[in-house]
Design a binder for this molecule. Structure first.
Ligand code: HEC
Ligand code: HEC
Length: 209
């Protein structure tokens, strides 16, 4: 799997990606993380809550991988991901706050659904090396940690892919991978496919476990 992955990365011309053992993270405290998440419930704790202008769903965070939540928040802090609200939210967090929140959101290591719904469209065949055929991930320890895509909101996946493709959202791996989706229709097919897979993801409501 790692060999296959390395192949894809080279294919995309991404020589700088580091693949291998995950970096060590200071362990997060999920109990503290739940408390520190209180300002976030206003958007992430409401089912089907929408970002305004442009209009798309706020991503589901519950049971997403902790290591991915950490890197996403650091990318909003640094501006590698452009989003004014999330930049402001992330800027107020210390590294320890981020670890705690990520530990709370992930919870116990999610069980990986093994089923795939429908046939795999040609547009997403390459994505499986890192995200798994059904978007629930692969067993190899990859760094950076790819997010769970299965069951994420389709309109959120769609705008994330458009942002990687245009370079607005900066990530060496995904900036290359998004180029494989040639048209807006390809992006939509990929987003719909992953959104409809069986998923551990959920909206992080105050009562979600
Ligand atoms: C005003 C609404 C709002 C609030 C409050 C908010 N977020 Fe967000 N969050 C968003 C939106 C919208 C996105 C998608 C941004 C984008 O397109 O990159 C997002 C994205 C994220 C992501 C990336 C998820 C992924 O799948 O890549 C994480 C992690 C996150 N938020 C964590 C938090 C945390 C932690 C807090 C509280 C400290 C918080 N958010 C507060 C609206 C909000
Ligand atoms: C070489 C490994 C690799 C491959 C292949 C790959 N991805 Fe990714 N993907 C990642 C990583 C790592 C991230 C996290 C990037 C970041 O931090 O912004 C990511 C992030 C994403 C996100 C953002 C999700 C979110 O919650 O914001 C989407 C959507 C996505 N990938 C879709 C795809 C699609 C569709 C394909 C195939 C065309 C693909 N990926 C191929 C590694 C990969």
């Amino acid at each position: 799997m790692l060999l296959r992955m390395t192949g894809w990365v080279l294919l995309a011309g991404v020589a700088a990606a580091t693949l291998g053992a995950p970096r060590a993270h200071a362990a997060g405290d999920p109990v503290l993380g739940e408390k520190k998440f209180y300002t976030c419930y206003g958007c992430h704790g409401v089912e089907n809550y929408k970002n305004a202008y442009p209009d798309y769903s706020v991503p589901k965070l519950r049971h997403q991988h902790a290591a991915y939540i950490v890197s996403a928040l650091k990318e909003y802090q640094s501006g590698d991901r452009p989003h004014a609200t999330m930049h402001a939210q992330a800027a107020s967090l210390s590294s320890q706050d981020i670890e705690d929140i990520a530990a709370y959101l992930q919870g116990p290591e999610p069980t990986k659904p093994t089923k795939t719904v429908g046939s795999v469209p040609p547009q997403v065949v390459q994505c499986g090396a890192c995200h798994g055929e059904n978007g629930s991930g692969v067993d190899a320890p990859l760094d950076p940690k790819p997010p769970v895509l299965a069951g994420q909101h389709a309109d959120y996946i769609e705008q994330a892919l458009a942002a990687y493709k245009s370079g607005r959202r900066k990530n060496v791996v995904m900036n290359g991978m998004a180029q494989l989706l040639k048209t807006d229709a390809d992006i939509k097919i990929a987003a719909e496919y992953f959104a409809h897979q069986p998923s551990p993801l959920a909206t992080a409501t105050t009562s979600s476990k």
